[in-house]
Design a binder for this molecule. Structure first.
Ligand SMILES: [Cu+2]
Length: 270
């Protein structure tokens, strides 16, 4: 019995730690890893949810009240009234006011996301049927990122989310993402960063994020793009600046876009 308890305990701990990917039986959003996502979550939890609950409870009350108060046995001769100006004005005005109350903070968040601060790093994501291509335009880096098949998964790699070549970015830096596609519509989406933008062939969309926590974050293509739409995940690994520099110097050789531009690292003289 005790053994069973420990098995359950320890098998649930890793789940609790992996906050950056969908969890079994999850309700609501993934945990925020950027200010943008925190804004979205607080807008949802502090404003939308109370309004939705309030309206649902009110409508339920009206339904129950009407069923009981105006049932045939208690109200044999129904009223013939068809219009009531006061009630009609109210049921138009109140929903308008509710919409305005929701729209103001909603637009504020939208515009905040739309204004891209000065970028520390720019990456370009290109959607293909069915994988993502990435470029680091300022670093002469280009690579492709394919989903890892279930049979090839290593430990701690989530099914349908892990990729062979991850996007690596430094923590606490403004990352600008240029998004486009090369065949059909795709969408580059990363829930923990509050980022989702359509990838449109022949056009470049842009967005940004600033990851606040080191970790691996998972997203998926979010525009129906064909038979393997569900199999082109997005993995972003957020690392410290030092780790990023190490990755960068290797990636510049491994993923060089133009081999003539490789700056060979100076080998320290003996
Ligand atoms: Cu796609």
């Amino acid at each position: 019995m005790k053994k069973l308890f420990y098995i359950i305990l320890f098998s649930t701990i890793p789940l609790a730690l992996q906050a950056n990917q969908p969890k079994d039986w999850q309700l609501g959003f993934q945990e925020a890893a950027s200010e943008s996502m925190r804004d979205i979550i607080s807008f949802h939890n502090n404003l939308l949810l109370p309004i939705i609950i309030g309206i649902s409870v009110f409508v339920l009350f009206l339904l129950v009240y009407a069923c009981i108060r105006f049932r045939a046995s208690r109200n044999p001769n129904p009223s013939k009234r068809t219009h009531n100006v006061t009630v009609e004005v109210l049921w138009t005005l109140i929903p308008c006011l509710i919409l305005i109350v929701m729209a103001v903070p909603s637009f504020k968040i939208l515009y905040k996301q739309d204004t891209i601060p000065k970028a520390d790093l720019t990456i370009k994501a290109i959607g293909y049927q069915w994988y993502w291509g990435y470029e680091y335009p300022d670093e002469n880096i280009i690579f492709e990122s394919y989903m890892i098949e279930e049979k090839d998964l290593k430990e701690n790699q989530p099914r349908l989310l892990a990729v062979d070549n991850e996007v690596v970015v430094p923590v606490n830096k403004v990352i600008k993402v240029l998004i486009t596609a090369n065949d059909v519509l795709h969408a580059w989406a990363l829930p923990s960063f509050g980022v989702k933008r359509d990838a449109v062939p022949g056009r470049i969309n842009e967005t940004w994020f600033k990851a606040e926590k080191i970790g691996t974050y998972y997203g998926q293509c979010s525009e129906l793009c064909g038979i393997k739409h569900a199999f082109m995940p997005i993995t972003v690994r957020v690392v410290s600046q030092e780790d990023y520099d190490i990755w960068l110097s290797d990636a510049k050789i491994k993923f060089a876009k133009d081999p003539t531009k490789i700056k060979v690292r100076k080998i320290a003289s003996k």
